[in-house]
Design a protein around this ligand. Structure first.
Ligand SMILES: Nc1nc2c(ncn2[C@@H]2O[C@H](COP(=O)(O)OP(=O)(O)OP(=O)(O)O)[C@@H](O)[C@H]2O)c(=O)[nH]1
Length: 201
């Protein structure tokens, strides 16, 4: 039975070819698929994880990096709880584009969205962006930072679990409504939601 209490939407963005699809596949299916084609528009996968004793469903949206899909992918930013901005540590242009991606995020995403910067492909020997450069960029822009390898499975689990934990923490602190699949009302399952403005008696 689908007994999860929290549903979070996580959206991956970044240049074409940085490894967004591979990160999602690695996390959701434990695979590093060979010959992965470019994403067309958006794709999504689901994984339910456990944080503490609670089940958390992550709906992970994998967007196309190619410019021609930009208007489609932008429409997915708004409802994201977390945005993962990915670059390829062996490809300088993917790092140079980060400010453009941040402008998009600022324009289309919620101001409260959790933002994470990820330098992917750390298994490669031809690194062009030193780790501290990525770290500094993330710090300057109030983002979490992690380097990963979808190929070797380095830090991939950690990336998504950290996001799930942080979103849970945020949800608990702000007392946002939980998702209760057994309830008619998507908003009514928080036990002591005293900040609620109206109530049906
Ligand atoms: N060495 C290495 N290659 C990777 C890694 N992750 C992805 N790749 C390769 O990078 C290429 C692009 O990967 P994708 O996951 O399709 O990239 P994407 O960001 O989803 O690309 P778009 O869908 O076009 O936006 C593929 O050839 C992958 O095999 C990694 O961690 N290490």
């Amino acid at each position: 039975m689908d007994d999860y209490k929290f549903l979070f939407k996580v959206v991956l963005v970044g240049n074409a070819g940085v490894g967004k699809t591979c990160l999602v596949r690695r996390f959701t299916q434990g695979l590093f698929p060979p010959g992965q084609g470019a994403t067309i528009g958006v794709d999504f996968m689901i994984k339910t994880v456990e944080v503490g004793n609670e089940k958390v469903k992550l709906q992970i949206w994998d967007t196309a990096g190619q410019e021609r899909f930009r208007s489609i992918t932008q429409s997915y930013y708004r409802s994201a709880h977390a945005l993962i901005l990915v670059y390829d540590i062996s490809c300088q242009p993917t790092f140079d584009c980060l400010p453009d991606w941040l402008r998009e995020i600022e324009e289309y995403a919620s101001s409260k969205v959790l933002r994470v910067l990820v330098g992917n492909k750390i298994d490669r020997e031809d690194r062009e962006i030193p780790m501290h450069v990525g770290e500094e960029f993330a710090e300057r822009h109030n983002m979490y930072f992690l380097e990963t390898s979808a190929k070797e499975s380095d830090n991939v689990e950690r990336l998504f679990m950290q996001i799930a934990e942080d979103l849970m923490k945020q949800a608990r602190m702000t007392n946002i409504p939980r998702y209760d699949p057994n309830s008619q009302n998507i908003n009514d399952s928080t036990s002591n939601d005293s900040s609620c403005c109206s109530r049906l008696n």
